[in-house]
Ligand binder design. Structure first.
Ligand code: FES
Length: 100
């Protein structure tokens, strides 16, 4: 796993986009304090998933409101699934693994 930034860059209940090895990764900080990481570019028409609304289970793309499960990446609205990444916290540092 590699460090990609500080958890303090992400307000609770929101997501932020990180550039990692030329890939755009959306990291979400859930309101329970846990993190999720997915590809940042929406597979529907390229919307910025990190700007989408999240709850403890899903993200809604801000452009057309398609929904994905934040843990599995599975589409909940008939779109292609998202790549998801293992993500952990080491104190305040976000550690990202390879996609599952
Ligand atoms: S671009 Fe994301 S739902 Fe359309």
């Amino acid at each position: 796993m590699r460090p990609i930034g500080s958890v303090h860059e992400i307000p609770p209940g929101e997501g932020r986009t990180f550039a990692v090895d030329g890939q755009m990764i959306a990291v979400f900080r859930l309101r329970d304090g846990s993190l999720r990481a997915t590809q940042a570019v929406c597979p529907h028409k390229g919307g910025p998933l990190a700007d989408g609304q999240i709850d403890l289970k899903q993200v809604l793309c801000p452009l057309h409101l398609n929904a994905w499960d934040l843990t599995t990446g599975c589409s909940l609205s008939g779109q292609p699934d998202l790549a998801v990444y293992p993500v952990h916290l080491d104190h305040d540092t976000i550690l990202l693994g390879d996609p599952t």
